[in-house]
Design a binder for this molecule. Structure first.
Ligand code: IMP
Length: 198
């Protein structure tokens, strides 16, 4: 096994996964390179369920091992919201800025402002084996947006230890501490062990 299909249409994720997994001699290819185009409804209520749904659907369509990630922002004072609904928070009409503005509005007067980003990576193999890895990054919700970098909720996700939001970090600085960076590193270790047993 040296090729995985990424269950995503996001080319940035493909580059990020390859940068880490190429160390194991594993190449991650896109759905189109694998000759599949899979639309998966994210009907799960956990990051684990949704990443499994995506990875399994692409593994079944391609016949190849497939990897997927699911991520989001969980805010303590909002009982974990937006959570698995992070990309859809506030409905279809909102863009990234609209979503973080809604979050700031919903956080007005709320305490504590603690939150965490979560990323779960799942890899499904045609023989039924499954590898899952989770990464978390704790922080707080800022009172107003700061920074121009990143995407999504980055301008309002504040790291007290660095006194900066995710949007004020370089991509390298963010990857070193982010939920996705941690999940990918945990996944790399588990995949390395799995490949040794094969
Ligand atoms: P996914 O692509 O289904 O995993 O959706 C994840 C959603 O969570 C994104 O659309 C963002 O709203 C949010 N999200 C996940 N990771 C990050 C991040 O690193 N920065 C900002 N927002 C993120």
């Amino acid at each position: 096994m040296n090729q995985l299909v990424l269950a995503s249409k996001n080319p940035k994720k493909l580059v990020e996964m390859n940068a880490i997994l190429s160390q194991l001699g594993v190449e991650v290819c896109s759905e189109s390179e694998a000759g599949v185009d899979v639309e998966v409804e994210e009907t799960g209520t956990t990051f684990e369920e949704n990443s499994l749904l995506k990875a399994r659907a692409v593994m079944e369509a391609s016949g190849m091992p497939a990897i997927a990630d699911d991520s989001g922002l969980c805010v303590d004072a909002l009982n974990g919201a937006p959570g698995v609904y992070s990309a859809r928070y506030g409905g279809e009409g909102l863009d990234d800025v609209g979503r973080y503005r809604l979050l700031l509005e919903n956080m007005r007067g709320q305490m504590p402002r603690t939150a965490k980003f979560v990323s779960v990576i799942t890899c499904c193999f045609p023989n039924g084996d499954v590898i899952t890895a989770r990464g978390e990054c704790p922080g707080t919700i800022a009172f107003s947006p700061m920074g121009e970098g990143g995407f999504g909720y980055d301008p309002v996700f504040f790291l007290p230890s660095l006194k900066k939001t995710f949007a004020q970090l370089s991509p390298e600085e963010k990857n070193a501490i982010s939920h996705r960076g941690k999940a990918l590193e945990a996944f790399r270790v588990k995949l390395e062990d799995y490949l040794k047993q094969e």
